[in-house]
Write a protein that binds this ligand. Structure first.
Ligand SMILES: Nc1ncnc2c1ncn2[C@@H]1O[C@H](COP(=O)(O)OP(=O)(O)OP(=O)(O)O)[C@@H](O)[C@H]1O
Ligand SMILES: [Mg+2]
Length: 257
């Protein structure tokens, strides 16, 4: 037994909007250094749950703990401090079009640290190189390809060296080779920083390559959770079909019904 608390814990959590649950009864524990995939059909609530875990949307009920601390039961300033130990790459990459790529990646450093301009510049240079975008600082976001924009978003989400990185569909809409490159980058993050990764994805190939475990949502709650090997052999027909149907057509955007 160790005293290290889980990175993320959801205890009987319901999430949704205007008092109406999108997901409920969510119990989830993600430990340090794990890579966990969140799966489920379009509209099942994956992004909503991520919003709740990342402090943007209070749960309708239940407790959300980050690093062992109840996120929504602490003063706002403490919550912000805790959230600074996390990074999020949103589903839409949300790079600011009015800034260069370098300025986008530097933004968290400029807003949340007192580091000098030369140090910020060096950190941005290194991080862009790490995600496979060396020298792209001066470019406009609109001049990047879809895959490059996703990488730039990863660079910005990770620039403060978070202990956990939440990625909402980091490779959706990309061709398989580019998607595999993003997976490589995510694995590098774990190797380099021991980072915990929580990834929303539909790509079975990606799940198999990088995830230790997956959690699958359907019917407004968790349908199944386990290692990939366990889920591939699931007795639940819905889970089995999802994993094995997609396996026949790698990279297809298959989703459970
Ligand atoms: N701001 C909002 N206000 C009200 N309802 C919302 C809001 N955002 C999302 N929803 C609804 O909540 C449900 C879950 O949406 P969510 O974006 O979490 O799904 P998702 O699993 O991430 O889907 P996808 O795979 O398509 O990204 C959907 O029915 C959606 O229409
Ligand atoms: Mg989503």
């Amino acid at each position: 037994m160790t005293d290290t608390p889980p990175i993320v814990e959801c205890r009987d959590v319901a999430v949704g909007y205007d008092g109406k649950a999108v997901l409920e009864g969510v119990n989830l524990t993600i430990g340090p250094g794990e890579i966990v995939a969140l799966l489920g059909g379009s509209g099942c609530g994956k992004s909503t749950l991520l919003r709740t875990i990342t402090g943007l949307l209070p749960p309708l009920s239940g407790d959300v703990l980050l690093f062992g601390q109840p996120l929504y039961e602490m003063p706002l300033d403490e919550r912000y401090m805790l959230l600074r130990r996390t990074g999020t790459a949103f589903q839409m990459d949300a790079l600011f079009g009015s800034m260069t790529v370098g300025e986008n990646v530097a933004l968290p450093l400029r807003e949340l640290t007192n580091l000098s301009i030369p140090i910020v510049r060096e950190m941005v240079r290194n991080r862009l190189a790490l995600v496979g975008l060396p020298g792209k600082e001066p470019r406009e976001p609109t001049s990047l390809s879809g895959g490059e924009r996703k990488r730039a978003a990863l660079a910005r989400a990770s620039i403060l060296d978070p202990e956990v990185l939440f990625c909402d569909e980091p490779s959706a809409g990309l061709d398989p080779v580019v998607a595999a490159g993003i997976d490589e980058t995510l694995l590098q993050f774990r190797a380099a920083f021991g980072i915990t990764l929580v990834i929303v994805t539909h790509e079975l190939q990606s799940i198999k390559t990088i995830a230790d475990r997956a959690v699958m949502f359907a019917h407004r709650t968790i349908l199944a959770a386990g290692t990939i090997d366990e889920l591939v052999k699931s007795q639940n027909g819905e889970v089995y079909n999802f994993f094995n149907r997609v396996a026949e057509t790698p990279h297809a955007e298959a989703q459970p019904r």
